[in-house]
Design a protein around this ligand. Structure first.
Ligand SMILES: Nc1ncnc2c1ncn2[C@@H]1O[C@H](COP(=O)(O)OP(=O)(O)OP(=O)(O)O)[C@@H](O)[C@H]1O
Length: 251
């Protein structure tokens, strides 16, 4: 069953068709990668899933509900969590505080900045945050400031901030961008383990090692249009994809 359905989506910026009649179905429980050259429209499409952009025409349905016109926090509450290209964490706060904020944002739709430290009294949320940090191997650093973490650990914290929300769909925008190979491989293993729990994922990624290690299915965007959608092994051999994506080189 498709958890996300995109139908005939168009998005123009001035005279530029960033998305041209995009159709996409993401099946529940799958890791679905969206790949394509720079400027293909990947981020524009992702932004249509999180309330940062509304398509000019077409529809985006998630779990049976239209996402059009919903605000980012409403989409988050509906069950979509996102890991950004550059980790979006609160560097001055501790790891556990970061994860608690995320849990409150999901539960209440917002948190009050002035009074939120009171939430330490909310033992249920604190417990949940610690459990999630422990799950990602970060419990030992729970009282450290998030700003002190390495790039790889900031990514893991951001994943913790998503997982504490118990998302139905996890959006990963270049989850290994800027990482050294060892950190990339650790992230791949972690994401595989998370996928194994049945959480549906959409991954946008330039690193083909990451894409082919993780994806159950791949859609290829080129100049705002989906030119192929298939199993990874079929995408690898698709001449149209090789031509559009890498100018004829082999994936
Ligand atoms: N807010 C905007 N205003 C005008 N043009 C935009 C805007 N956002 C994106 N574009 C243009 O739309 C096209 C698609 O951009 P998009 O960022 O979605 O591509 P992408 O596939 O994510 O690229 P990359 O892999 O480099 O991140 C590009 O030509 C880009 O310059």
């Amino acid at each position: 069953m498709a958890i996300l359905s995109v139908r005939n989506v168009n998005k123009n910026f001035g005279g530029l068709a960033a998305l041209a009649d995009v159709n996409l179905k993401v099946e529940e429980g799958m890791v679905h990668a969206i790949i394509g050259p720079n400027g293909a429209g990947k981020s524009t499409l992702l932004n249509c899933f999180v309330g940062r952009l509304d398509p000019d025409t077409g529809s985006v349905d998630f779990d049976g509900t239209s996402l059009l016109g919903l605000k980012p926090h409403e989409i988050n509450q509906a069950g979509i969590s996102r890991v950004f290209q550059t980790p979006e964490i609160f560097g001055e706060l501790t790891l556990v505080e970061n994860v608690m904020i995320s849990a409150f944002a999901k539960r209440d739709g917002a948190f009050k900045l002035n009074g939120w430290r009171e939430v330490w009294r909310a033992q249920d949320i604190h417990g949940l945050a610690m459990e999630t940090l422990s799950d990602l191997g970060l419990a030992g650093f729970s009282l450290n400031n998030a700003g002190q973490l390495s790039r790889g650990d900031k990514r893991r914290l951001e994943l913790a901030m998503c997982l504490v929300q118990k998302p139905k769909l996890l959006l990963l925008d270049e989850p290994t961008a800027g990482m050294a190979r060892a950190d990339t491989n650790r992230t791949i293993s972690l994401l595989k383990e998370i996928a194994g729990r049945g959480i549906t994922m959409i991954v946008i990624e330039h690193d083909m090692h990451v894409v082919f290690s993780l994806a159950d299915r791949i859609s290829v965007l080129s100049q705002g249009t989906i030119i192929a959608e298939d199993l990874p092994e079929k995408i690898k051999g698709n001449p149209r994809v090789q031509e559009a994506y890498l100018g004829g080189a082999h994936l």
